[in-house]
Design a protein around this ligand. Structure first.
Ligand SMILES: [Zn+2]
Length: 137
C-alpha cells in the first residue's frame, strides 16, 4: 500500500500498487477507484516524482514540519507566518498598552489616596493646634 495523487480528482489516496517497468524506468501504478484514472509514482527517481509537489497530504505534512521547526522569535518565522506574526505583534502591543494604562490608573489612584491621607493628617494637626491655642484641651 502506498500513497498516490489523482490528478483528475485532485485527491490523495492510498492503494495497493503494481510495479511496472520498461527499458528506461520503473514505476508504481494504481488505479483510482473513484474515477478509474491510472496514477503512478516514480520507483527509481523518487526525488523527481511529481507526487511530492502535487499531493495535498505532502503539502500539509510540510506545513506541520515547518511549524515545528519555526517558532516565534526565529527570524524565518516572519517570512513564513507574516500574518500570524503581525497578529501576535498587535496583541503584544495591546497587552503592553493595557498594562501601561492599568499602571497609570493605579498610580493615579494611589496618588489621590495618599494625597487624601496627607491632607487628613494636615487637617487633623491643624485642628489639634487650633484646639491647643484656644485651650479646649
Ligand atoms: Zn481520481
Amino acid at each position: 500500500m502506498i500513497s498516490f495523487w489523482c490528478d483528475k480528482c485532485k485527491k490523495d489516496f492510498d492503494d495497493n500498487f503494481t510495479l511496472r517497468s520498461n527499458g528506461f524506468a520503473k514505476w508504481f501504478e494504481a488505479r483510482h477507484k473513484k474515477c478509474g484514472e491510472i496514477c503512478i509514482r516514480y520507483a527509481d527517481f523518487p526525488q523527481k516524482d511529481p507526487y511530492f509537489h502535487k499531493s495535498l497530504k505532502v503539502r500539509r505534512q510540510m506545513v506541520e514540519f515547518a511549524k515545528e521547526l519555526i517558532q516565534p522569535g526565529d527570524p524565518r518565522y516572519r517570512m513564513y507566518y507574516k500574518k500570524q506574526y503581525d497578529d501576535m505583534e498587535k496583541s503584544t502591543e495591546l497587552y503592553y498598552n493595557r498594562q501601561i494604562k492599568e499602571k497609570k490608573e493605579k498610580d493615579a489612584y494611589y496618588d489621590k489616596f495618599s494625597y487624601d491621607i496627607n491632607r487628613r493628617e494636615v487637617i487633623k494637626k491643624a485642628i489639634e493646634a487650633e484646639e491647643k491655642i484656644s485651650g479646649k484641651r
